[in-house]
Write a protein that binds this ligand. Sequence first.
Ligand SMILES: [Fe+2]
Length: 162
Amino acid sequence: MRGLNHHAYYSTKPEETRHFYEDILEMPMTMCLRIPNEVISGKAEPYCHYFFEMGDGGCIAFFDNPTVFDGEPPFEVPSAYYHHIAINVDSDESIEYFRKKLEKEGYSTNYIDHGAFHSLYMHDPNGMNLELTYSPPEWDDFFVRGELVAREQLDSWAETRS
Ligand SMILES: [Fe+2]
């Protein structure tokens, strides 16, 4: 394992969330992705997935999906996707290694190739949602460019929310 990649949770107030993490806690927003379809169901549910960096490369990330999370929190999360901890692994081979090992032990897994993230999702024995993730080096530029437009992306998303 290569450290925390992100801890993901839901949000309902993107600008307040950004202000809290970026301005008050001084954790820069390093990525903000506007995604047209919910990844697990494939439904046309536009949402925003945004990340704040903790100083060691690990991030606290949020899913802002008004279709799923409408009203005041707390909410029950409908799938592993909305509240999980992602741990870095060093290769696609490691993902496959752990997939086989987990399934041999009776744990079901769900692999998703997000492009910049190759991710294997599962539940631990306590029901906690985990993701093992590998980012291929050919996507490095995506993260560099993503950081440059993160604020613009979140601002435009927040406008659609209000
Ligand atoms: Fe994740």
